[in-house]
Design a protein around this ligand. Structure first.
Ligand code: ZN
Length: 310
């Protein structure tokens, strides 16, 4: 079988207060909370996962909520600067009304590449977009966010760079994306192995100051492969391009590799296997604190330390 990369897997960002983050994404945006676990490198902080019903690749937004009062990050070059979700055509009016009701900061709708979108900020200042596009993925719905409005998963990710050359090379020559269009300084790359979550936009701003990763910014962008064999195929390709890449790391819900692309953004490649139902049933996803084996013996200490969400 041909080894292919299949668009976005997940996007991970930094948040402040855990409860504020949890409420915004589950209540205001209407995503499903699919996993409550800890940062494997620092078990005193949470790692939250939000997505569709089962946490399908291409719908997963994850956060490290470091706690209220952490330093604010700054969007800039060498960083993923906007996270784009697809929503049904005609749904932006609903979302704008919702943003008004919940005091969400947003911009008036605009259009790029022929698609109508609205930009908004989460409570920590993370920049997201809702884009009206055809998308047949089955959404997670809630009492307040019905099927005709619900987000379908990622549409695109935007990366801001002083010079797009090195990043463009990774996308096209290593990952298999193609440059399909350009609007002013925004270059749109699409991969044709998947229907959705298939777009990366590179924005070139030569004078833009370097971004600073802290509260309200994206930590890394993960791309999707189907299995471990494909993961290791891409590891060789990244290495052959002269870039440093980690060994395979077990993230419990997927297996990962990390490397910093030439533009400065931390990229991850992650597998579909084993998925979020490895330690909980679909029905119970996100209900209980799940700990990796190495921290299970410290469960009561960690549970006491971590903020209650409900
Ligand atoms: Zn990740």
């Amino acid at each position: 079988m041909e080894h292919v990369l299949q668009g976005l897997h997940h996007i991970t960002a930094i948040a402040g207060d855990a409860k504020t983050n949890f409420k915004f994404y589950t209540e205001v945006l209407g995503l499903r909370f699919i996993k409550k676990t800890v940062n494997f490198d620092d078990p005193h902080t949470y790692h939250f996962y939000f997505g569709d019903e089962i946490g399908s690749a291409g719908t997963i937004l994850t956060f490290f909520p470091w706690g209220a009062g952490i330093p604010q990050g700054r969007r800039g070059s060498g960083m993923a600067t906007e996270i784009g979700y697809s929503v049904p055509k005609g749904s932006l009016d609903f979302w704008i009304k919702r943003f008004e009701e919940h005091n969400v900061i947003y911009n008036k709708p605009a259009t790029k590449f022929g698609e109508k979108y609205v930009t908004f900020l989460d409570p920590d200042g993370l920049k997201l977009e809702l884009i009206e596009v055809e998308d047949n993925r089955k959404p997670w719905i809630t009492n307040e966010v019905a099927i005709e409005h619900a987000t379908r998963g990622f549409h695109n990710i935007t990366i801001t760079l002083n010079d797009i050359k090195g990043t463009s090379h990774v996308l096209t020559d290593i990952f298999g994306y193609k440059l399909v269009s350009k609007e002013i300084n925004r270059y749109r790359y699409v991969i044709d192995t998947v229907e959705h979550a298939s777009i990366v936009d590179l924005v070139e701003l030569p004078e833009e100051k370097r971004g600073h990763v802290a509260n309200g910014t994206v930590h890394h962008v993960a791309f999707r492969v189907i299995d471990d064999e494909t993961l290791m195929y891409f590891r060789e390709k990244v290495e052959a391009a002269g870039l440093n890449i980690t060994p395979q790391i077990d993230r419990n819900y997927f297996h990962s590799l990390y490397f910093r692309e030439p533009g400065g953004v931390l990229f991850e490649i992650a597998t579909d296997n084993p998925g979020f139902t490895v330690d909980e049933s679909v029905e119970d996803l996100g209900k209980n604190l799940k700990l990796p084996a190495q921290y299970e013996s410290r469960r009561s200490e960690l549970e006491n330390h971590l903020v209650k969400l409900n």
